[in-house]
Design a protein around this ligand. Structure first.
Ligand SMILES: Cc1cc2nc3c(=O)[nH]c(=O)nc-3n(C[C@H](O)[C@H](O)[C@H](O)COP(=O)(O)OP(=O)(O)OC[C@H]3O[C@@H](n4cnc5c(N)ncnc54)[C@H](O)[C@@H]3O)c2cc1C
Length: 288
């Protein structure tokens, strides 16, 4: 399967959509129905990996199936948490055998049932170790890294965060997928800061359409993304009106994506939450 680096050599800008592994058969059917619609617009897909490896089989199976059905590259998210070096070697061999060539290398969050989890001596401590392990397979894989435009919540400063991203690039990472953000100046500041650090990788902005304000607050509290005052001002007064939130969510996302596109981003990466709408409405409204 084509690596993202090969795709990037052909295309200056990409459109991609991210799925998560559903827990039910109904959810699985919906994911493939959604992918069927989005595949027309997509250059590639991503599939996330449940905390602590909880979805390892499901993620793998979905990546294999999506690549088979749509002949598009699918990025397999993979995390270190609760995986020994040996587990990781075995997983990489399994990916190779299944022609999975794109991996987003993450440390991962602690599992829900073990929030105080600390890596053991035979487990990686940082994601750059995973990137190095991926690179030991030569050019077979393209490795990606997450980017935190506001800095990773546990990293003391943004500057240190940029240095850690450069370490990942030096270890062999070739593309960055960003955490969500709702103020484009946060992305532009991140781009300038990491470029000054020597990071040359494509920085694909992660886009989420707001359709449920209370859930957004909950999610941003866990991932450390700021909800700007402009977003609060729009969505708080209509938080208990789903139709009004949906309408304003679309408008906001279109405006945000268009501004990014007009400011030379290398693509748009949509967190579609396994749904065709609202992402298609946003996509169709954009002048790309
Ligand atoms: C785009 C995106 C996709 C995601 N997908 C998933 C997913 O599918 N499954 C999942 O479980 N989670 C996912 N996450 C969540 C992610 O795993 C967590 O946010 C995790 O905390 C990210 O850590 P990291 O991969 O950057 O790890 P690391 O780079 O290892 O960072 C972890 C901590 O170590 C510190 N650190 C990093 N490098 C160094 C260094 N060289 N020296 C010293 N300290 C260092 C950092 O400051 C940070 O505090 C995703 C996040 C993003 C942004």
């Amino acid at each position: 399967m084509k690596k993202l680096t090969e795709l990037f050599a052909e295309k200056q800008r990409t459109i991609s959509f991210e799925f998560f592994p559903p827990k039910t058969e109904k959810g699985m059917a919906k994911l493939y129905d959604t992918a069927d619609v989005l595949a027309e617009k997509a250059d590639f897909f991503n599939v996330t990996y449940g905390a602590g490896g909880s979805s390892s089989k499901a993620t793998f199976d979905i990546v294999v199936e999506l690549q088979k059905r749509f002949a598009l590259p699918v990025v397999h998210h993979f995390t270190c948490v609760q995986h020994t070096y040996d587990d990781i070697h075995k997983a990489l061999e399994q990916f190779k055998a299944a022609d999975i060539t794109n991996i987003l290398a993450l440390l991962g969050d602690p599992p829900a049932d073990n929030p105080d989890y600390k890596p053991g001596p035979d487990e990686p401590k940082f994601a750059y170790e995973l990137i190095k392990m991926i690179r030991e397979h030569g050019d077979f894989f393209c490795a990606g890294a997450p980017g935190f435009p506001e800095g990773h919540p546990d990293t003391p400063t943004k500057e240190l965060d940029s240095e850690y991203l450069k370490i990942k690039q030096d270890a062999g990472a070739e593309v960055v997928f960003t955490q969500l953000f709702f103020d484009n100046d946060i992305y532009y500041e991140f781009r300038d800061r990491v470029r000054a650090e020597g990071v040359t990788m494509r920085l694909l902005p992660g886009m989420l359409t707001i359709t449920n304000y209370p859930k957004l607050i909950e999610f941003c509290n866990t991932c450390g993304a700021t909800i700007p005052q402009s977003v609060t001002d729009i969505f708080e007064p209509i938080a208990d009106d789903p139709d009004a939130t949906y309408k304003r969510g679309i408008e906001f996302a279109v405006e945000q994506c268009q501004d990014l596109w007009d400011n030379d981003v290398p693509g748009l990466h949509f967190y579609c939450l396994n749904k065709t709408e609202p992402v298609m409405t946003v996509y169709n409204a954009l002048k790309l």
